[in-house]
Design a protein around this ligand. Structure first.
Ligand code: URP
Ligand code: ZN
Ligand code: ZN
Ligand code: ZN
Length: 510
């Protein structure tokens, strides 16, 4: 992938087996079961110039239209990954997957849009945004951005406003972990939540208690536990539970919707479940890795094998994975991300003598759709319509781009996959499309395979071959005030009126 991804050359054959031709702009998908989050039906889907024109049985088209036979297969909205880090800088390095290779991998796995995280430059959101817009120029599928907020002053407050009103941003991420780097305190969190609420932007949190993690890391080093397992031991589930509970309560205090990213533990799930039971608007996002793996990998005697599993929050002890699956199937958690943040072995090896120097992150952008199908649908835990909801539609609704994205409906973008439930997949670093030399799902086999991916009306994945064009992906602006904000004003009014019965006090006679 590397040679051509970086050169961004034009059409032709590349050395790495990725051909660069574009396909017909008129496509008819015949006879498949079209699945939306609200229903499934046997129908044809007709696409012209990147847009879905018609969804109904027996569509007749002229000869020059490309016809794909989807009989016996599912035709579904392309996946939307709400959480990935492409071309992210950390510990003085950059992740191996950039906006081209990461998205090419995504397309090979049936994901047609991702939302990345703008990391501020010296605290500046504007500088961070400009940097990421440049990184994303080589995109081969559509993408959007969340923006992280890592410090607080009048400038940042104003920049949040500019991001929402002029730059197509409708969500901000606050890190409660990574002390001394990204971590924010409760005062900043409250200011940020208030600002998010006033702008109609969704507040997102990385929920781990960063002060306690710092303490836990010192404890492990003092005990001489310097290997990858020290990472997991230094930040137990209780610290994720604490931070999840705290942010949920602060979001409730401000009365603004909250999105908890990469929910990894039972402890966090229980806090989210409790809040949702009281009616609070809290969204929880498990990751592909969290659903598919447990944390035993970091105990592997081989350092490189152990280090590849290292992420924050850590993959947990066996049992947490099953609890996350159950929470997804019962609606306590609503959509699946990946937190794709891929480093190769040489980068991970920088922390050989100290787990604090191992770059955090695992892969998943290519594997998410297959893993969720196998773990959740094939196992009988969720329906096919729910699969579409948790991999695509709910993300589009939360980030306010539905039904342009997340649906197979006339007028929607032609981001479509054809999944064959009778075929199978196998994951290995040898055949994956990420630039990473390892894969945390190495050797995983399962049922169901994405045989065709259509992105922006182009067939980009067919017969196990990618046909991707750098620069063809578009930036998707996401408007504020999603459905999560409906009625927030009424709840505020109710709260205010509850305060307006002042206690009548008589002048003391004493
Ligand atoms: O380990 C992780 N998750 N790396 C990416 C940054 C983050 O916290 O999401
Ligand atoms: Zn290449
Ligand atoms: Zn995070
Ligand atoms: Zn992340």
């Amino acid at each position: 992938l590397n040679e051509f991804c970086d050169s961004g050359i034009g059409l032709g054959e590349s050395k790495c087996g990725i051909s660069l031709s574009t396909s017909s702009s008129k496509i008819l998908i015949k006879g498949g079961t079209v699945v939306n989050a609200h229903r499934e039906e046997v129908a044809d889907v007709y696409v012209e110039d990147g847009i879905i024109i018609a969804v109904k049985p027996n569509i007749k088209v002229p000869d020059h239209v490309t016809v794909l036979d989807a009989t016996g297969k599912f035709v579904m909205p392309g996946g939307i990954d709400p959480h990935a880090h492409l071309a992210m800088n950390g510990l003085g390095m950059e992740t191996v997957d950039d906006f081209f290779s990461g998205q090419a991998a995504a397309l090979a796995g049936g994901t047609t849009m991702h939302i990345d995280f703008v990391i501020p430059v010296n605290g500046s959101l504007t500088a961070g945004f400009e940097t990421y817009i440049k990184k994303a120029m080589k995109s081969c599928m559509d993408y959007g951005f969340h923006v992280a907020v890592t410090k607080w002053d009048e400038v940042v407050s104003k920049e949040m406003e500019i991001m929402v009103k002029e730059k197509g941003i409708n969500s901000f991420k606050f890190f409660l972990a990574y002390k001394g780097v990204f971590m924010v305190n409760d005062e900043l969190l409250l200011e940020g939540f208030k600002k998010c609420k006033s702008l109609g932007a969704l507040a997102m949190v990385h929920a781990e208690n960063g002060d306690a993690v710092y303490e836990g890391q010192k404890r492990m080093i003092e005990l001489g536990i310097t290997g990858p397992e020290g990472h997991a031991l230094s930040r137990p589930p209780s610290l994720e539970g604490e931070a999840t509970a705290r942010t949920i309560r602060l979001a409730s205090f401000v009365n603004t919707p909250l999105y908890v990213v990469h929910v990894m533990s039972i402890d966090a799930v229980e806090e989210i479940a409790r809040a949702r039971k009281t009616g609070q608007r809290v969204i929880g996002e498990p990751t592909a890795a969290g659903l598919a793996l447990d944390g035993s990998g970091v105990w592997d005697p081989d350092f490189i094998t152990a280090a590849k599993f290292l992420m924050s929050p850590p993959l947990r002890a066996p049992g947490h994975d099953k609890a996350l699956q159950a929470a997804l199937s019962t609606g306590v958690l609503q959509l699946v991300g990946t937190d794709h943040c891929s480093w190769n072995s040489t980068q991970k090896a920088l922390g050989m003598n100290d787990f604090r120097k191992i770059p955090n992150g695992v892969n998943g952008i290519e594997e998410r759709m297959h893993l969720v199908w196998d773990i959740m649908v094939e196992s009988g835990q969720i329906s096919v319509t729910d699969y579409v909801r948790v991999t695509s539609t709910e993300c589009a609704r939360i980030f306010n781009i539905y039904p342009r994205k997340g649906a197979i409906l006339p007028g929607s973008d032609a981001d479509i996959i054809i999944l064959n439930p009778n075929s199978s997949f196998e994951i290995t670093a040898k055949s994956h499309h990420s630039r990473s030399d390892t894969n945390v799902f190495e050797g995983t086999k399962g049922k169901g395979k994405v045989e065709v991916t259509i992105a922006g009306g182009r067939i980009v994945w067919e017969n196990d071959e990618l046909k991707v064009v750098p620069g063809s992906g578009k930036y998707v602006e996401m408007p504020p005030f999603s459905y999560l904000f409906d009625g927030i004003d009424k709840l505020d009014a109710k709260y205010l009126s509850s305060l307006k019965a002042p206690v009548k006090r008589f002048k003391s006679t004493a």
